[in-house]
Design a protein around this ligand. Structure first.
Ligand code: I3P
Length: 109
């Protein structure tokens, strides 16, 4: 599964709330392979090796939980991703079909 998403960091891998200044929404080209969700700057990023280094940009989805973020009402088609090490992210997808596909892919790989 791959495609453009918007991401907001909510909690860090230690479970602490992501500090102000790092909580904004950013666009990435996401690809899921080998149980890792890679977040690239854009879809050419893989060829140009413009992969953004850092734990927030290569998220291990083993034992992750993805669920619709029904409590987040500021944007549409948003799901919450909780990792096994207590990080938490919101991801906005482009429509309800994409939303369900991302949730299912992450939960059932
Ligand atoms: C954040 C940014 C986010 C906002 C977040 C801010 O500021 O404005 O868009 O979340 O609010 O902290 P910064 O870029 O300086 O980190 P929302 O879009 O969901 O409102 P929050 O701290 O209440 O999560």
């Amino acid at each position: 599964k791959k495609g453009y998403v918007m991401r907001k960091c909510c909690a860090e891998p230690d479970g602490k709330k992501t500090p102000i200044g790092k909580r904004g929404w950013r666009m990435f080209y996401a690809t899921l392979r080998d149980l890792i969700l890679y977040l690239h700057k854009d879809e050419h990023g893989m060829k140009r090796a413009s992969f953004v280094e850092g734990s927030h940009n290569a998220i291990r989805i083993h034992h992750c939980l993805a669920s619709k973020a029904a409590d987040y009402t500021k944007k549409q088609h948003v799901f919450r991703l909780q990792t096994s090490d207590w990080a938490e992210y919101l991801f906005q997808t482009s429509n309800s079909k994409e939303l369900q596909e991302w949730i299912d892919t992450i939960n059932y790989v």
